[in-house]
Design a protein around this ligand. Structure first.
Ligand code: UDX
Ligand code: ADP
Length: 490
């Protein structure tokens, strides 16, 4: 390229960077892309936001008129979709044209843990991210800011950069790219509030004008002091570290719950007492059936992989233990359920309340319910599974096992059916196991339940949503997570 041509091109790029962002494309219409773009469209009336996905069914579901059945359930999301959709928020499968027209592209595609090959079970599978980068390289026009939004291993931005620049060189295209890391910190179930009132927004990159352009988008509703600017690697590593710390905290309190049960202490009292220390803080101290969700395990495993890659074996083992203990916690719950039901659950009916990995979401990825239920099925239990937001098809997919049309209680092979009401789940049941802290499970009618269950019936509350005296008043036995007063009963 001649000197003059280069100068004109640089000027055009600069002008474009200084101009505010008008057209955003988000690749991936999932749990991150959908809610995040909905909030950006809601807050930035001057920006047109195009969410694209290769999954036609998912896009159709985002475009359907029934707002109660959007592909992602999040409190407050339907209302935002109602006012933004087809105004400045659009969902489509037209990936190429959305890329060509965009000033800024968010990559929000799935990055699950690899299931085979090098790094299987630890490293993230980046094939979707790589495919996206290649598509952006091919279709991008002029200057495009590419923002990595999906949780990614440290130094992925480098890979994206390499793909973008080498594709450019080989096709001799004049388009240019800059890559930013802008990790998402939203938690499912509170995504809209987390997006509208973030603790911080993190932008990592080495190109000041692109960072400024992205900061400008957020400054439509987030104060400038909350927008942290770092280098790319710090941004990527901060996301993994934040999730690793949060997961470690849950594992810590779950391990203390086991000590409470053994010693007669109560984990709720311990949480309250330690949480009053301002250095510790009171959040994320609820003992439960182990953490689930698409991020915690994957991010810790990424960290472990990274540590091993750099020869930090002790550090790798330290973080790995958080995941090992989490699996142990899930196993502990299925085992104590069996132990309390006289050591055998073959042919016994157990109601399972909750399948989502936490309340207020229909997401089941890595839900503790999956492992616990599979272990109970192995033991031959007849499970009646209820969840207010997770449908039967999703459960079939997660358990990799069809529901039984009709459960013969005498049958010794485990089986499960989908219970559309709590009453149908508990009728004649020997056990009731609460795995998700849905608000309605906090208000169960224990008198009615005790009449429906088969005595001597057991309630297993893995989420601390019940009131022990209410339950015991109606003659039910209770095991509650981290409750040492259970010990003489076990
Ligand atoms: C997490 C991070 O919180 C978020 O910042 C990141 O962007 C994505 O990963 P998410 O997985 O959606 O969010 O939910 P989170 O509220 O963190 O809960 C994760 C798991 O931990 C759930 O299974 C939840 O039930 C469990 N948990 C959480 C506990 O068992 N006890 C607690 O005190 C808190
Ligand atoms: P997350 O929780 O990170 O949002 P999801 O699995 O919910 O993850 O969503 C990721 C979405 O990305 C899926 O709907 C998937 O179809 C989409 N996707 C993956 N690869 C591509 C691609 N190359 N182009 C467009 N969409 C993609």
């Amino acid at each position: 390229m001649g000197k003059e041509k280069k100068r004109i091109k640089l000027n055009t790029i600069k002008q474009k960077m200084n101009a505010s962002i008008k057209n955003i494309c988000c690749i991936g219409a999932g749990y991150v892309g959908g809610p995040t773009m909905a909030v950006i469209a809601d807050k930035c009336l001057d920006i047109s936001v195009h969410v694209v996905d290769i999954n036609q069914k998912r896009i159709d579901a985002w475009n359907q008129s029934d707002l109660n059945n959007l592909p992602v359930y999040e409190p407050g999301l339907a209302e935002i979709i109602e006012r933004t959709r087809d105004r400045n928020l659009f969902f489509s499968t037209e990936v190429n044209s959305a890329i060509s027209n965009a000033d800024m592209i968010f990559i929000s595609v799935n990055t699950p843990t690899k299931t085979k090959g090098i790094g299987a079970g630890k490293a993230s599978d980046l094939r979707w991210v790589e495919a996206c980068a290649r598509q952006v390289a091919k279709e991008g026009r002029n200057h495009t800011i590419v923002v990595e939004k999906s949780t990614l291993p440290v130094r992925t931005a480098e890979t994206i950069k390499k793909i973008l620049s080498s594709a450019n060189q080989s096709s001799n295209k004049s388009s240019t790219f800059s890559v930013l890391s802008n990790p998402e910190f939203l938690a499912e179930g509170t995504a809209i509030n987390d997006l509208e009132n973030p603790d911080r927004v993190l932008i990592g990159g080495d190109d000041d004008s692109s960072i400024k352009a992205l900061a400008n988008v957020y400054e439509h509703w987030v104060s400038a002091e909350k927008i942290l600017k770092t280098n790319l690697w710090s941004s990527e590593l901060s996301k993994l570290t934040a999730n690793a710390f949060l997961a470690q905290r849950i594992t810590s309190i779950n391990s203390v719950a086991a000590i409470c049960e053994a010693t007669g202490a109560d984990v709720r009292e311990v949480s309250l007492a330690i949480g009053k220390d301002s250095r510790i803080g009171s959040k994320f101290l609820n003992a439960g059936p182990g953490f689930g969700g698409s991020c915690f395990k994957k991010d810790i495993l990424n960290l472990v992989y990274l540590c091993r890659y750099f020869g930090l074996e002790e550090v790798a083992r330290y973080w790995e233990m958080v995941v090992t203990l989490n699996t142990w916690q899930q196993k502990r719950i299925s085992q104590l359920t069996v132990n309390n039901l006289f050591g055998t659950i073959t042919g016994k009916k157990i109601a399972v309340l909750g399948f989502a990995f936490k309340a207020n979401t229909n997401d089941t990825r890595d839900s503790p319910a999956i492992q616990i239920i599979n272990e109970l099925l192995e033991e031959g239990a007849q499970l009646f599974i209820h969840d207010p937001k997770v449908n039967e098809g999703q459960i079939v997919q997660d358990l990799k096992r069809d529901s039984s049309k009709c459960l013969e209680l005498a049958n010794s092979n485990g089986g499960w059916v989908y219970a559309s009401t709590i009453d149908s789940a508990v009728e004649n049941a020997d056990g009731l196991l609460i795995l998700t802290e849905w608000p309605e499970y906090r208000e169960l009618d224990w008198e009615n339940i005790s009449n429906l269950m088969r005595p001597p019936a057991w309630v297993f509350d893995a989420r601390s949503v019940t009131n022990p005296s209410e339950i015991r008043k109606f003659g039910l036995n209770l095991w509650r997570i981290g409750d040492g007063s259970n010990q003489e009963l076990i």
